[in-house]
Design a protein around this ligand. Sequence first.
Ligand SMILES: Nc1ncnc2c1ncn2[C@@H]1O[C@H](COP(=O)(O)OP(=O)(O)OP(=O)(O)O)[C@@H](O)[C@H]1O
Ligand SMILES: [Mg+2]
Length: 255
Amino acid sequence: MLKIENMTMRFGGVVAANKFNADIEKGQIVGLIGPNGAGKTTIFNVITGVYRPTEGKIIFNPSKLQQDITRLRPDEIAKLGICRTFQNIRLFKELSVLDNVFIGNHLRIESNIFSSVLKLPKYRKEEKKMLDKSLYLLDKVGLKDEIDSKAHSLPYGMQRRLEIARALATEPQLLLLDEPAAGMNPQETRELMDFIREIKDEFDLTIFLIEHHMEVVMGICEEILVLDHGSLIAQGDPETIQTDSKVIEAYLGVE
Ligand SMILES: Nc1ncnc2c1ncn2[C@@H]1O[C@H](COP(=O)(O)OP(=O)(O)OP(=O)(O)O)[C@@H](O)[C@H]1O
Ligand SMILES: [Mg+2]
């Protein structure tokens, strides 16, 4: 589904990612972990076109059609089927819950600007479809009763779910989640884990997720990549990772 080849991202003297390689298979839930400042979010930013890597390549391969997306714009990458959520939640705070998801649909709209401004039948039909889809997604994420609330009035855990609903509205094949459990209590975290598995199955997703909550990573990821100072230091299933001495050292700083 996604291949990252020898990717390096430098910011001046800082090497945020150093010859990073990854190969994410379709249908997997893959975790990306590492201490603060290891370069995890930078990797998401490079995949989604926010940054162009200093070196290396990103290949997106949703259907045997290898596409080099390294130099594409964020909107082009999103249109191909990669969508993300952010470490610091980014919602339209003053808009309603429904509108936040509705906006996500616009990536897939076929009507042109004229039919939308003039509200021609084709656009009306599409609008109805988008509305139905938005309501379905909000039901899915447990926000059906909050559709008219302003996004900022929701508790933290719900805002994270709303962001996921908006991402799903863009119909991604690859979903990137940057610390989806951040700020959640243990109960919300457990629900989130079930929820991630559920949406993966229902929407036929491949999921790449960054997380500091180890119970989430170890509980739902089939494959885990461990980053330290921009470099991949370990890779494998949860058991392998938990007993890897380099990983323990990176986290605990022991000798
Ligand atoms: N736009 C930027 N300009 C300069 N330095 C940056 C930029 N973005 C990230 N960095 C630096 O790159 C390194 C990796 O940052 P990044 O945010 O990717 O880490 P992270 O693994 O996501 O950390 P955290 O767990 O705290 O979210 C850090 O040293 C950071 O300061
Ligand atoms: Mg980060």
